[in-house]
Design a protein around this ligand. Sequence first.
Ligand code: IFM
Length: 477
Amino acid sequence: MSNPDHPPAVGVLDQGPELTFPPGFLWGAATAAYQIEGAATEGGRSPSIWDTFSHTEGRVVAGHTGDVACDHYHRMPSDVRLMAELGLKSYRFSVSWPRVQPGGSGPANAEGLDFYRRLVDELLGHGIEPWLTLYHWDLPQPLEDAGGWPARDTAGRFADYTQLVADALGDRVTYWTTLNEPWCSAFLGYGSGVHAPGRSDGADAVRAGHHLMLGHGLAVQALRASRPQAQLGITVNLYPVTPASDAPADVDAARRIDALANRFFLDPVLRGSYPTDLAADLREVTDFGHVRDGDLAVISTPLDLVGVNYYSRHVVAAPVEGAEPEPYWRAPSCWPGSEDVRFVTRGVPVTDMDWEIDAPGLTETLRRVHEEYTDLPLYVTENGSAFVDAVVDGQVDDIDRLAYFDAHLRAAHEAINAGVPLRGYFAWSLMDNFEWAWGYTKRFGMVWIDYDSQARIPKSSARWYAEVIRRNGLAAQ
Ligand code: IFM
């Protein structure tokens, strides 16, 4: 966006010839319903597992909830204008299941659907391609009360909900993601319990992962039947997993974590089978009796694209006696059957999430998906970083975030040069928002949110990204 008083930040764009992306590259930014919408009790919306979780003492830092969040529900038209000012080609948002189908079953809530219809129309009116994610973690609470994702029936409920959204929005939305990061829903939600619904049982986590993927397959079939022109995909969060040394025990630790973090989802969805080593690693946890004949055929229903969310790398080592457990998503209970594997920190720069910054890992991840799994078009559907930002003289100069984006876009470009059919990139996130168990204490946005006044301030990274989009590239180093 142009602001004569504050030109695009720093020189990284101005050091030499352009690094150009392919024509038509889809430049976007992403958000999710519970993280930005607010209006938790308005328009007929019912509670989701995140409402219950965030209102339970001790679950979210400082007792933060998504009740108001960025108030996007009420500010949507001006937020879309801001996207247009940034020059976004696409906007990836999620539909709140409890807003469009309160309680998770029965007919659609017209008022809820109408919000998304207006959002999509507003986007199209500004020449911005809508990219719709059906499930970004906000399961209607009654479905959790009936067993949640560990219960098979939830997959069928998800397909029914998908049909309602397809009927309402399928005429104007081309790009559809079924699930966002099913690893988080399954292993943080039901394994470590640091995410909603806050349950902690390894077998439930594995069952949840399977039923999420089954729901994905059923949703793809429903969408394909009613919207044959739609571009359908899933978004998985992937990590390169590196052993801390060449020692066989460390190499085996990396194999185990790779199976749980990456291949647990990639293999069923793109190959129609679970990795055999995964089943062996999990034999004390589950016998996979929840997998029925025909499930894997449904799960591997052909797609049009694959979405990859990339943030960091896992470096792991074999267990040692008395090692301290790691926090958050490295908590041992996220890794059923491999709880004793150690996550190693290398002392490289980290973000405010303590996630190591590892841009080459993005190239590696994209190449792996393409070279080992699929020729389908790939999209980076999320990539970004939390840093401690500050407003100074009305501006937010988020130089660290800008450098993070710059490095990762170079890594994405390198993947394209290596033959990866990468068709787009979505920055996480358009705006600061409710960062799940961290509440509002972590800021990932290119746009600063003042949660008291709800003022929006595009940060330096936003102005820089606008320039990247305008030039369809960045400068070579
Ligand atoms: O904020 C989340 C998002 O909802 C899913 N992917 C990772 C982001 C940062 O943690």
